[in-house]
Design a protein around this ligand. Structure first.
Ligand SMILES: Cc1cc2nc3c(=O)[nH]c(=O)nc-3n(C[C@H](O)[C@H](O)[C@H](O)COP(=O)(O)O)c2cc1C
Length: 208
């Protein structure tokens, strides 16, 4: 399921799905939480959707992922539409909406980005959310390459693989928002399982 580049194992390469690049679902990673117990089996995952559009395919995918998540992951969408523009002048006393957003990210064990690509980059609203959350809040991530570029600077461990790129989104969902194709559902399932395992590995390494 991993959309690995070049070095993917043979079996993995066979199971890849070829996608049109209409929608990219970029995955993310683990937040540093040294205080958090590694005994907990259900990890809280903040899901950030990079599109504000009402009928967003990425939002549909995020909701489908919530329904498909294994018991080890509790996924919750954290909205970014109301997060104010980042302004360093307000670092000492950020606006309430920024504090609320940052607090929800800090409480999560991991962040999962489900985002479209805008002009070969991430949507500005998503970049802004990262900027707002980043001072002191985010400790680990994994995402598409442009996203990684910003996050490497934040010293955030990123899940190297799998990355998930999904296309053909206009035909992906039923009227009720369910993923129509069994193959795609299986693909998302495998991605979430891998993400869950990676979270555990990452948290364990922080406590080693
Ligand atoms: C401003 C803008 C820029 C876009 N740039 C890209 C792009 O660089 N690459 C791409 O594959 N799709 C691009 N698209 C298409 C979007 O990925 C597509 O519309 C997607 O469905 C938007 O996500 P949403 O359905 O969750 O709103 C762009 C769309 C918009 C509106």
């Amino acid at each position: 399921m991993a959309i690995a580049k070049g070095s993917a194992p043979r079996a993995e390469r066979r199971s890849r799905i070829t996608y049109n690049p209409a929608v990219r679902a970029a995955e993310c990673a683990v937040i540093r939480s040294r205080e958090r117990s590694i005994m907990s089996t259900t990890r809280k995952v903040a899901v950030i959707v990079g599109s504000l559009r009402k009928e967003s395919f990425n939002r549909k995918m995020a909701k489908a992922m919530i329904g498909l998540a294994p018991p080890s992951l509790k996924l919750e969408i954290v909205e970014i539409g109301q997060v104010p523009h980042y302004n360093q002048d307000f670092d000492a006393d950020p606006p309430q909406e920024a504090k609320g957003f940052k607090g929800r990210i800090q409480q999560a064990d991991a962040v999962l980005f489900v985002t479209p690509e805008y002009n070969r980059s991430v949507p500005g609203v998503l970049k802004n959310a990262i900027d707002v959350a980043s001072p002191g809040a985010i400790g680990a991530f994994g995402a598409n390459h442009h996203l990684r570029q910003s996050l490497v600077f934040l010293n955030v461990p990123a899940m190297p693989q799998p990355e998930a790129y999904l296309g053909g989104a206009a035909k992906m969902f039923s009227d009720t928002g369910a993923i129509i194709s069994d193959d795609t559902r299986e693909f998302v399932n495998k991605f979430l399982q891998a993400f869950s395992q990676w979270i555990e590995k990452n948290i364990a390494s922080q406590h080693a």
